[in-house]
Design a protein around this ligand. Structure first.
Ligand code: DP6
Length: 396
């Protein structure tokens, strides 16, 4: 039994980042985090982007505590509390009041340590991976086996989609209590093996308005957002599922670009308006369209969340050439050797007519680096105890 053991009970999990191709923007219930429309995303591989979280419980802990990237943080944050409360509630329900001696006592305080293998400053959606990881680690600690996207959703809406690998839908649901607002896997990461993802991390600038505040203003003021949620998204969601099923990059890419653009249009339609795209973002958009026009079909597709970084989808055989086009269009400032990170990218010689048609307005230093990745699996349990982020004393 737990009480006889030395040291805290401890579990470590990792969880992925996801990028939406049909965007979530707007809540119908801000407390339960219920969206006004369904959304669909691609889970990115944890070899390149992941959160790692250790959750520990012990009779010796005197209070719940939380560390983020090595620094103690506020465990009283309402969204952290909502996740904790929901996991404990499920654990209690599961035990049905009966005394299960093998199970961890629900009265024990917990310590949580979480870190990202990527810079938070890169503006990549860290809250989705963060809450998915928190919920996965807590669930394992309490021995829960049920599907927990509904709990991750209480941390951050987009976090529910990080509970699965591959291609994931967050269905908006109809019920006021949110019990049908959950994530479902549309296809596993193995479904589309040629699909690659390039994250173009642009230089400078922090996002002006967080997504939580931004989307609420949009709900209150944007008639375009209302039309989008009621009319546009239901049609697009069905189309996008079909494109994924068919591995149709032309259809997938076109729709991903259109949906990103409409999301940013709803931001402009918000009053006062919100701007997440920058001049560099717009340069990348124009570059992608010139590149596709030159080839006469969709070779690359961009999407942007609530920030200026571009996420590019491309079939594997288009990556080397497009990366070279980006390098020529945004010549790296000093030593360009770390310009491409993640999965290896082969060399590419650009035909002169492609350079002439596509690389029209170079902006030196505007893209900091490119991260090359691909679709990947959902949250993972880490078996190796040396990977725990907390020591036997329960501290980082
Ligand atoms: C633009 O999930 O960060 O990335 O639910 O308030 O935590 P909260 O918002 P969040 O919003 C993400 C918005 C988006 C689009 C998307 O991921 O679907």
């Amino acid at each position: 039994a737990m009480a006889a053991e030395r040291g805290p009970a401890m579990v470590t999990c990792t969880a992925p980042v996801n990028i939406a191709v049909i965007k979530y923007w707007g809540k119908r219930d801000t407390d339960l985090i219920l969206p006004i429309n369904s959304s669909l995303s691609v889970t990115l591989h944890q070899d390149q982007l992941k959160t790692t979280t250790t959750a520990a419980a012990s009779r010796d802990f005197t209070e719940d505590r939380l560390w983020l990237n090595g620094k103690e943080a506020d465990v009283g944050h309402p969204r952290v509390q909502a996740c904790l409360r929901e996991v404990r509630r499920l654990a209690r329900k599961r035990r049905g009041g009966g005394e299960d001696t093998a199970a961890l006592s629900l009265s024990y305080k917990i310590h949580i340590a979480s870190e990202n293998n990527f810079p938070t400053a890169a503006g990549l959606a860290s809250s989705a991976a963060g809450y998915a990881c928190l919920v996965s680690a807590l669930a394992r600690l309490y021995g829960l086996e049920e599907e927990l996207s509904e709990v991750a959703r209480r941390g951050s809406g987009s976090a529910c989609r990080s509970m699965f690998g591959g291609f994931v839908q967050w269905q908006r649901g109809e019920r006021p209590d949110g019990s049908d607002s959950l994530a479902l896997q549309v296809a596993p990461e193995t479904h589309w093996p040629e699909l690659r993802v390039l994250v173009l991390v642009v230089s400078g600038e922090k996002k002006p308005v967080g997504s939580t505040a931004g989307m609420q203003t949009s709900v209150e003021t944007s008639p375009l957002l209302k039309h989008r949620a009621e009319v546009v998204v239901p049609q697009r969601l069905a189309q996008m599922m079909q494109h994924i099923q068919d591995r149709d990059f032309e259809g997938f890419g076109q729709l991903a670009m259109r949906d990103s653009n409409q999301f940013h249009a709803t931001c402009l339609d918000t009053f006062p308006p919100i701007f997440y795209l920058t001049d560099v973002s717009r340069h990348i958009i124009a570059l992608a369209h010139r590149y596709n026009a030159h080839h006469g079909h969709t070779k690359v597709a961009y999407t942007f969340d609530a920030g200026p970084n571009a996420v590019i989808f491309a079939p594997a055989d288009a990556v080397a050439e497009f990366v070279e086009v980006v390098r020529r269009s945004f010549p790296p400032a000093a030593n360009g050797d770390q310009f491409v990170r993640g999965l290896p990218v082969g060399p590419a010689a650009l035909p002169q007519e492609l350079v002439a048609a596509v690389v029209t307005e170079p902006v030196p230093g505007a893209v900091q680096y490119i991260l090359h990745t691909k679709p990947g699996p959902g949250p993972q349990l880490v078996d190796d105890p040396s990977q725990h982020l907390l020591g036997a004393d329960g501290l980082p």
